[in-house]
Structures are given as structure tokens and as C-alpha cells.
Design a protein around this ligand. Structure first.
Ligand code: URA
Length: 235
């Protein structure tokens, strides 16, 4: 928590003294509420409005790699009050996931407050490879495997896996590793559903060059500067 006038000044809006003037003269709102007390303290998540304009914060960028558990929603908040991926990360910074994993999908998810990187990574032109491990119902026949490898139409657009391998075959199930560039919602489930082999379990194992490493379900780590730079350099 920091003093309101300090936050206004440190974000380059004006000097501390002028910030105090703005507060005293009723020009500043915090979370939509007028604040005229100079001692008021705010945190990273509070929105500050000065003369009707939102204060842009030049806050430090943060980057997390989470091993998302099952039963957690990939968003910042949820109207049904389900647990969110953001709530698993201990930070005061407003972060959000880069892309999403389904409620029942586990595995690698990136979270950040860096909109530029998020946009770059999610832009269809720059989509990066993601690898998934899918447990499907039944076994792919050789011809199903071959046609999937060649690419199949999903909702009028062809998807060609960048990688496809059967990891394990069981009596009425198969573990498949599949790599995809694109990021349409539920894409892995749609692919296998279209072949009449619904996905029973799904985990994302990698995102570009990033892997889960030793992170257990629900654990996370910060990305290193080197990793962030490498993500920026992906085109
Ligand atoms: N494809 C899916 O079907 N679900 C996910 O969560 C991610 C990719």
C-alpha cells in the first residue's frame, strides 16, 4: 500500500505537491469514489481517476508460468464464483492469462500484465506451438491417424498438427501427443470429437520453448528475463 499522492507522482502524472493539490481540491477518485484525504493509501489493484481520466500506471511487468490444476477457470474473475487461475498467484499486480485452458484442462498457462507480449503471442500471425497430451476414448485407426496428420477441417478451417504421436495404447483409450500452432477455443477436443474419439483428459505440456519442468499441479514460477526476451523474439 502506498500513499495516493506518491502513486500519482511516481507514475509521472505530476509532482507530489501538485498531486496533493489535486486530491485536496476533489479532482481524484479511487475505485470511482472521491478521495480528499491526503493520507489515503492505495494498492496496485486500485484504479485512480484524475479529473475524469484513468491514471496509467507504469508498473513493472510480471510474467508467471503456472501448472494449472483441473477445476480452475482461465480468467481474472468468474460470475459463477469458481476459482480462477489468477487467484492461484500471489501478487498485487493485475495479471491475466495469455489465452486460456478449459476448466477441466490442466497444464502450462502463462499469466502477465504485459499486454503487448500477450497480444503478440496470441496474434494469429505469430501463434506459437503448443503441445498437448490428450487421453482419448478408443483407439485411432491407422487411417484416422493419417488423415489427422495431413490436417482435418474444423468448422470450415483446416488444422494441421505440427506434431502427432501415439504415446500409449490401452484397451479402450489412447494417449496422444499433439502439437498445434493455432489457438481456437476447445480446438483439441473438437479435433478428436470430429474423429469420434472424445477427449477424456487434456494437459498442455509446452508453450513454445517453455515446459512445465518440475512444477506440480497448482505451482508456478516467474519467467526469467531471458525467457521473456525469447518470447518477444518469436515471430
Ligand atoms: N484445446 C482444448 O480443447 N482445450 C484446451 O483447454 C486447450 C486446447
Amino acid at each position: 500500500m502506498e500513499r495516493l499522492q506518491k502513486v500519482i507522482a511516481s507514475n509521472g502524472y505530476t509532482s507530489r505537491r501538485k498531486a496533493e493539490e489535486l486530491i485536496k481540491t476533489g479532482k481524484v477518485k479511487v475505485n470511482g469514489i472521491l478521495v480528499q484525504e491526503l493520507g489515503t493509501k492505495v494498492n496496485e489493484k486500485d484504479t485512480i481517476e484524475i479529473e475524469g481520466k484513468l491514471l496509467e500506471k507504469n508498473e513493472q511487468k510480471v510474467y508467471y508460468l503456472l501448472n494449472k490444476p483441473r477445476g480452475v477457470i482461465s480468467s481474472v474473475c468468474d460470475d459463477k464464483n469458481r476459482k480462477t487461475v489468477v487467484s492461484l498467484i500471489n501478487t498485487n499486480v493485475r495479471i491475466y492469462p495469455i489465452g486460456r485452458l478449459d476448466y477441466d484442462t490442466t497444464g502450462l498457462l502463462l499469466l502477465t500484465n504485459d499486454g503487448e507480449l500477450a497480444n503478440q503471442l496470441m496474434h494469429p500471425k505469430n501463434e506459437v506451438e503448443k503441445r498437448y497430451i490428450a487421453k482419448i476414448v478408443g483407439n485411432l485407426t491407422p487411417s484416422e491417424f493419417y488423415s489427422l496428420k495431413q490436417g482435418i477441417m474444423i468448422e470450415k478451417r483446416k488444422v494441421i498438427p505440427t506434431y502427432l504421436k501415439v504415446r500409449k495404447t490401452e484397451e479402450n483409450a489412447q494417449i496422444i501427443e499433439i502439437g498445434l500452432i493455432e489457438g481456437r477455443n476447445h480446438i483439441v477436443k473438437k479435433i478428436f470429437e470430429s474423429l469420434n474419439h472424445p477427449v477424456d483428459k487434456l494437459k498442455r505440456e509446452s508453450y513454445a520453448f517453455l515446459t512445465l519442468g518440475n512444477l506440480k499441479s497448482g505451482e508456478y514460477r516467474e519467467l526469467s528475463l531471458k525467457e521473456v526476451k525469447k518470447l518477444y523474439s518469436l515471430k
